[in-house]
Write a protein that binds this ligand. Sequence first.
Ligand code: 0X9
Ligand code: ZN
Length: 429
Amino acid sequence: MRFLSLLFSVAVLFPLSANALETSYEALLRQITPEQKEAVAALPAPAKAVAVLPDLKTLDASARYWVTVRASDSRSRTALLEDGLDIIDIGKDTVSGFAVSDTVKALSEKGLVLSFRGIDEAEGRDFPASDAAYHNYAETTAVLKELAAQNSDIASVFSIGKTVEGRDIWCLRINSTAKGTAKSSKPGAFYLGNHHAREHLSNEVPLFFAAWLMENRNKPEVKKYIDTLDIYILPMLNPDGVEYDIAGGRYHMYRKNMSKNSDGSFGTDLNRNYDFLWCKYGSSHTPRYDTFCGKSAFSEPESQAIRKFFADRPNIKTHISYHTYGKLILYPYGGTYDEVPSEKDRKAFAKMGDDMARMTGYTSEKSSDLYVASGDSCDWAYKEHGVLAFTFELDGHNFYPSAGEIDAVVSKNIKAAMYLLGKTANPYN
Ligand code: 0X9
Ligand code: ZN
């Protein structure tokens, strides 16, 4: 594809490490294994589930574990999040994810745990050669700046604020009349990635969409949007977390930002830190948990920057927040089982979700059908600003799909992203 050439030229400027792929890492984030399936079959009663966990007392308070538990509906998954389980894989009757020892104990006492094992970080692989195609913070920044420099008549880059560790959070703006932070009354669309550190594909999709728009800027079907809309693309909201996740030449499976917590642990879950039913469901006040909602709503500089971004731009009408993984298109509310009150919006969410699902092959549903988790960005953007906001859970079988998988995910998501532009001037049409 021609639009890749720009990114490749940037990649030459910023060569990445090219160590060999260690397939053993794939096993770490695998779905239910045959052994686990046998364990499920062998454990008809919860009491027995407890009985297969003889070494609970030996759990290491500073370690993280990969845990598989019983859960077959949204309500039970919500409860697991509140006990601190970082849900990764959802099966029909089971859920697997990461947890600290307290969570493993709490879930064991409830008779829910089917199996667990310690995560040996040494299982983490170095950056495989194939991952050289992924963009770290410096490369992402360079691509955004290069796109703006090469298209300075219609594109500009600005920082919406700084992270905990002082990195700028860069945003590309595409608008034929307004640059940088200048106001515009054109309808706005906002594409956002990488709330969660380890979800690297959620940076690539909006980044490639930006490059694709610039590559195709003179095609009538693209030009009409560039001329009439205010388009914002912010691929990496959590660069501190991203840089930590890939630090030291191996992946850390890290989710949160890098705030220092009162108990010495790190990180707030940025997608639990927004102020709609903050920390009510599907999140935790315990700082070391992966679902920690923060000291207060908007306690984090990254979410504060997004709050200000929306407040300064009332013209924004549509939004996608990219995450991985699950092949889902989710719409509000996710923080409560309640429906959004406006029938007009309910219909718009369902229709747009279904249309984008057809383009991507994903499943479209109300966010709480997955699980109830309060304080996510899309609930807040809709509740506070009326933005038609969608969470995309992109493809993947783990957080580190090989670079060969990027193109296909990008291609189908360009279709959905273009569809959203088509809806931005009049979403209810
Ligand atoms: O839990 C999240 O923040 C998102 N999933 S992820 O695996 N990327 O962490 C899903 C958010 C969907 N929103 C709600 N269910 N509220
Ligand atoms: Zn996520």
